[in-house]
Design a protein around this ligand. Sequence first.
Ligand code: UDP
Ligand code: MG
Length: 336
Amino acid sequence: MESSMNLRREIPVLYLVVPCYNEEEVIEKSAQVLGDKIRRLRKAGRIAAGSKVMFVNDGSKDGTLRLLHQASARDTMFSVISLAGNYGHQSAILAGMMTARKYADAVVTIDADLQQDIEALDKFIDSYMAGSEVVYGVRNDRHSDGFFKKGSATLYYNLMHLLGSRVITNHADYRLMSRKALDALSEYQETNLFLRGLIPTMGFPSDVVYFDVKAREAGHSKYTLSKMMTLAMDGITSMSTRPLRMISVLGLSVFFFSCIMLVIILADWIQGNNVPGYTTSMTVSLLIGGITILSLGIIGEYIGKIYMEAKHRPRYIIDTFVWKEEGGSTCDDRDE
Ligand code: UDP
Ligand code: MG
């Protein structure tokens, strides 16, 4: 079989998939900037006719959806998927990618806030044309992040690598995937979705493109601390069972330590040194108690995840979908 690296590729129909949650301040600007980039790439013959920007409204509570529908009414280049509720960033981009793969040869996911440099798209396409099935956008630096975000991100990537996950440092879902890679991704049915960790495990020929990160164009971050914590936990529990192994190792160490302690205590008792040791016994019981509760918590996290997986719930529900062929037919199932 011919390796995909040797394939001569056709100029792709490219879709940008853009998740949007309460982005009314920035969405018109981003439609303009992203649409303009697609137009320029088409003019330059880098991408094929029919390339589009596909917005995924992730249950926004502000005017985002109305603005998106206005944009798609003005220009057939804009397609709009609206999810029934707020399913979170990962599920929103999954919904976009799974829909876009029916029309596109390659899909690039990018945030709505224009933080990720859209000019890097040329390099993504170069890499796709050279045979990559997946291209990861990696940020050059973290100047635009606050102290907390920068520190927590570094800590997180180190922890992930320690736990055996193959996440790419400083890559955050600005990524190109070919239709072949997306078809493969569609086979993964997990609810506990952490795309950044999952996609590198698929094993397709991949490449990395560096880009500059800018400050948010408008609005504020939609990743609240609790959403960030959930993503971090999902990342760990969906990619690695190493914390469970660590509990076993810890349990074993504590057991050996207790055996030694028992011998010492017995020896003391035989010699009649029955000293009351309040501090020692309190320390030991608090330590063991703490370790036990922490271990139960970690095991609980995994059981919770098993519970969610066992339900086989859909990962997102599409409420409405607007897609228009250039100058041709329309797929608009909005119930208005
Ligand atoms: N987002 C989403 N659903 C959510 C939270 C965020 O679709 O529940 C989108 C958001 O609109 C943006 C992208 O995910 O396009 C990244 O979010 P944000 O820019 O707020 O995160 P940050 O860049 O601060 O990490
Ligand atoms: Mg952002």
